[in-house]
Design a protein around this ligand. Structure first.
Ligand code: TNX
Length: 709
């Protein structure tokens, strides 16, 4: 598989060279020609992307955005593009409807072939202009996002920036792997004002995310006004996780419509979630009759889950809950043009199977009577659901490991039942797609119940295998029943020091700051998981492209996290101190945390554990000692050897030259690490688990280039 991938890339590179030849010949003949633009680094990676030689197209104040249509939706994409380009370039490019494509323009053509599908597009740019072609406005919009990334990063600046505004010359042809590519905001635990939701919509749309799932209700808050039940927002919206006695922490019908319209203008569908029968304390605090004792509970601002349930114990209460759900879902359906209503269904430890079934029946019938497709968390599979419902899978490694064994997890059982009922699946495995999981031990916000989710982990998974055994076989959900992918940004712990409960002095970032830190760079990684064919995805290639997005986020003012493992430009690493080291996707590892002198170091999948943590300490000659955190021993070469191929071992630190290493930064945040004694560089014998770390002559090969995070 790896070999095929490499081969695919080599072929693409070959095609580039062949195609580029005639053009570069022309260019070199012109004395004034500038050097070819640097190849663009696109996220998500298009299906086919050929960087061309030669000069690109430079936007000037006279450039027109020419739309080959009079349709408002297509013209709207032109206007959107003009608005995106205006602040940084200072140009207000005119948007004109034309019947023939002019030269020296940005041409948006929605009359492309049907085979492009709703979201596919082609984009070609050269010195004469840019043409984006699609079958309809939505594909144009996706293509315009690619166009933005072909311009210098400064184009994302909200204020005037220096040009020139040259679009790299390329030929791109592109369409998504999955039709559903979503992101969820937990506005229930932490309320995001409308402006912050819009900001997030723009940030996600830039990576071709097409669905915004709003988790509107939970124990800590009810965030959508329902005219017929004003208490829901009067009482139920007065809390957030960690906050009490608020007002206005909800979306009025007008607010919600504004969000929906804004999302629509970015070709994004809003999926509203009304969670139940658990996660309902805010409703139970607002409507007494939903409680078995008919007494409203106090509003909840805490941090626990699994604390609430609608009363489904007797006929009268079940009927009241059903009526309540019908009222709420009718109102929400009316405000929601998109096809889905998410009914939640997660974490209901106290519900009996028949109570759970009663809720699902009431909620699904309320949704289907309003012509909405049911969506819910994977627990919904335990009840009867209409065929074609969307189940959102949030299982993890342990679930995959159980597949086919005598004790498959409950989660896998729910999935099997959903598959049998003809449900489709949106994949949000918590150990890859949960944006509220910490990146690593140093992440100030979020949780880690599903482990840490470093960028590489958010990227390296295949939705087609999200419910397969760890070896990738035996997928429970057939490929045809996978609708797509969703990143979920829960907000249970959106404060600093989130390993403990907050105190009165805890710092709470603005919701958008929390969202940006946790989502960037992982949301773009997940966007590529949903968009790009699996065969065209490769972590080593991705992290370089991702790094180039950093300056765009800086220009746009996005508070991203320059997470380890990605060679962010301009982020210089201080080598002194404790680090995780990597090459070829593997880290030097002290096997089994050995404390033996002479033990050979190996390469292993990075886990950021102590036995993979190395402390670099600068010596008076500028070289470093490199000490393993578990053993406290120094990195050394076996038998003090000066020969190529000798193994890197650990040995009690003595300060001698064989234990000193010269660390030389290369471009892209990588380093060579050379033995001060032999001058040979640390090399991974191969990129497989258990391979030796050896010293060899420096050849520039990838397995001699180490990231030191
Ligand atoms: C589990 S995943 C939940 C949420 C929490 C989240 C925190 C799911 C459907 N339910 O209620 O916010 O974990 O990571």
């Amino acid at each position: 598989m790896r070999w095929l991938r490499r081969r695919g890339r080599c072929l693409a590179a070959l095609a580039t060279v062949v195609l580029a030849l005639p053009l570069s010949a022309t260019v070199s003949a012109a004395a004034t020609a500038p050097p070819p633009a640097a190849p663009s680094a696109l996220v998500p990676q298009p299906v086919s992307h050929l960087p061309m030689a030669g000069r690109g197209f430079t936007l000037t104040p006279r450039t027109r955005i020419a739309v080959l249509s009079k349709k408002p939706t297509a013209l709207g994409v032109g206007t959107y593009l003009a608005k995106v380009l205006a602040p940084a370039t200072g140009h207000t490019l005119p948007v004109v409807a034309v019947s023939r494509a002019p030269k020296q323009a940005v041409v948006l053509d929605p009359n492309g072939p049907e085979e492009l599908g709703a979201e596919g597009y082609t984009l070609s740019s050269d010195r004469d202009g840019v043409v984006v072609r699609a079958h309809g406005a939505e594909g144009l919009f996706r293509g315009v996002q690619t166009l933005r990334q072909l311009l210098p990063a400064a184009v994302e600046s909200p204020t005037r920036a220096p040009g020139p505004w040259t679009v790299s010359p390329v030929r791109i042809s592109d369409s998504p792997r999955y039709a559903y590519r979503g992101v969820m905001l937990d506005v229930a635990r932490r309320f995001y004002p409308v402006a912050q939701v819009k900001r997030y919509i723009d940030q996600a749309a830039a990576y071709k995310i097409n669905t915004l799932h709003l988790h509107l209700t939970d124990d800590q808050g009810w965030r959508i006004a329902i005219d017929a039940i004003p208490e829901l927002t009067k009482v139920g919206a007065s809390t957030q996780s960690g906050f009490t006695h608020g007002s206005g922490w909800y979306y009025s019908a007008a607010d919600y419509k504004e969000i929906v319209a804004y999302a629509q203008s970015r070709f994004m569908t809003v999926v509203p979630e009304i969670d139940g029968p658990g996660h309902t304390r805010a409703a139970l605090a607002s409507v007494p009759g939903l409680n078995c004792d008919d007494k409203a509970k106090p509003p909840y601002s805490g941090f626990d889950v699994g604390i609430s349930l609608y009363c489904l114990e007797d006929e009268r209460h079940t009927a009241d809950t059903t009526r309540f759900l019908r009222t709420v879902i009718k109102a929400v359906a009316k405000l929601t043009p998109g096809p889905y209503i998410h009914l939640g269904g997660d974490e209901t430890p106290q519900a009996t199977p028949s109570q759970y079934a009663a809720y699902v029946e009431a909620a699904t019938s309320a949704a289907t009577s309003r012509k909405k497709t049911v969506m819910g968390w994977h627990q919904l599979g335990q009840a009867a659901i209409p065929a074609g419902s969307l189940m959102q899978y949030w299982g993890e490694e342990g679930d995959r490991e159980s597949i086919g064994t005598a004790d498959e997890t409950e989660t896998i059982g729910f999935v099997r039942s959903g598959v049998a009922q003809g449900a489709k699946f949106v994949m949000s495995p918590s150990d890859h797609a949960y944006l509220d999981m910490k990146y690593d031990v140093s992440t100030p916000y979020g949780l880690s119940w599903s482990g840490y989710v470093p960028v590489q982990k958010s990227y390296e998974w295949d939705p087609a295998k999200a419910t397969a055994k760890p070896d990738g076989t035996g997928s429970i959900v057939p490929a045809g029943q996978i609708a797509g992918v969703e990143a979920a940004l829960w907000a249970d712990r959106a404060y600093e020091g989130s390993d403990a409960l907050p105190t009165p002095t805890t710092r709470w970032p603005e919701p958008h700051a929390y969202a940006e830190y946790m989502s960037f760079p992982r949301l773009p990684a997940l966007a590529e998981v949903g968009w790009t064919p699996q065969s065209a995805r490769d972590w080593q290639d991705f992290r370089r492209r991702l790094a180039q997005q950093g300056p765009r986020w800086t220009a746009a003012g996005i508070g991203y996290h320059p997470a380890p493992g990605v060679p962010w430009p301009g982020v210089t690493k201080v080598v002194e101190g404790a680090h995780s080291v990597e090459t070829g996707g593997k880290s030097p590892d002290n096997p089994g945390g050995s404390t033996t002198d002479g033990a050979a170091m190996v390469l292993w999948a990075p886990n950021r554990g102590r036995n993979q943590t190395w402390t670099f300490t600068k010596q008076s000659d500028g070289s470093y000692t490199i000490i393993n955190k578990t053993s406290g021993k120094c990195l050394d070469v076996a038998n003090g050897s000066r020969s190529s191929g000798a193994a890197a071992v650990q040995r009690t630190c003595t300060g001698e030259i064989g234990q000193r290493w010269k660390v030389t930064p290369l471009v892209d945040g990588e380093h060579t690490i050379a033995s001060a004694r032999s001058g040979l560089v640390l090399t991974a014998a191969s990129a497989t688990d258990g391979a030796k770390v050896i010293q060899q002559k420096a050849t520039g090969t990838a397995l001699q280039r180490w990231t030191v995070d």
